[in-house]
Design a protein around this ligand. Structure first.
Ligand SMILES: Cc1cc2nc3c(=O)[nH]c(=O)nc-3n(C[C@H](O)[C@H](O)[C@H](O)COP(=O)(O)O)c2cc1C
Length: 200
């Protein structure tokens, strides 16, 4: 088994997919479980994840994906990450699913905020699931591309997403062997450790 540090160094944002390679149904099931297991503040889970593999739908979404058009077309699957857009519905969900203490935390610390603040807090949870998911996909040998570069309103329209609002998507599949962005061809670029991590 590969250790996490090695996975973190080896995973990368795939820029070109091999359109002939599809992710197996078994791996897709694993990826879905990984998303379901994502952590979130008070276990709030204010999200919906839509897996798209239908080539016709991918063709329709591709032109609404700016510079990501080819990735959306060629990737095996697309996962669309959406956040609950209705605070009443969200509160109903946590009242039904969470223990009293968690609901109490929400009522005391989050609910008094403005609508924009509550929605931003929910969106943070969905972004957290993105980080978790990118690592999970890498652990299964699946290549991925996180994509904020999509027209989220068009995605919601095409996919009939109601009551939720799309934030971003992730393309999944297997890299084109010549993809210029893979770490063996383009070393990872990060700010120096001592500039971003402080030990006191
Ligand atoms: C939230 C988010 C949105 C991103 N959106 C895009 C995108 O639309 N298209 C793209 O090619 N890369 C996108 N990226 C990839 C970043 O540019 C990439 O993660 C960063 O340059 C670090 O490179 P690495 O992922 O290869 O380590 C996105 C990354 C994140 C986390």
């Amino acid at each position: 088994m590969t250790d996490f540090r090695t996975l973190a160094a080896d995973r990368y944002t795939t820029k070109k997919y091999d359109p002939t390679k599809q992710i197996s149904a078994e791996l897709v099931a694993e990826l879905k479980e990984i998303l379901r297991l994502s952590p979130s503040s008070i276990n709030s889970q204010p999200w919906r994840f839509t897996f798209v593999s239908d080539p016709k739908l991918k063709e329709e979404l591709a032109p609404c994906s700016f510079h990501n058009e080819e990735k959306v077309k060629d990737a095996s699957h697309l996962v669309v990450f959406s956040v609950i857009d209705n605070i009443d519905l969200f509160e109903k969900q946590i009242n039904e699913n969470l223990p009293e203490g968690a609901v109490g935390y929400y009522n005391k610390n989050i609910k008094p905020g403005t609508e924009a603040e509550i929605k931003a807090w929910m969106a943070h949870q969905v972004y957290l699931s993105l980080g978790f998911f990118l690592s999970g996909a890498a652990s299964l040998g699946v290549d991925s591309t996180p994509m904020e570069g999509i027209n989220t309103a068009e995605y919601d329209r095409i996919l009939n997403i109601e009551g939720y609002r799309t934030l971003f998507a992730v393309a999944l599949g297997y890299r084109d062997p010549d993809d210029f962005n893979q770490p063996s061809l383009k070393p990872k670029s990060r700010i120096d450790l001592n500039k971003v991590i402080y030990s006191i």
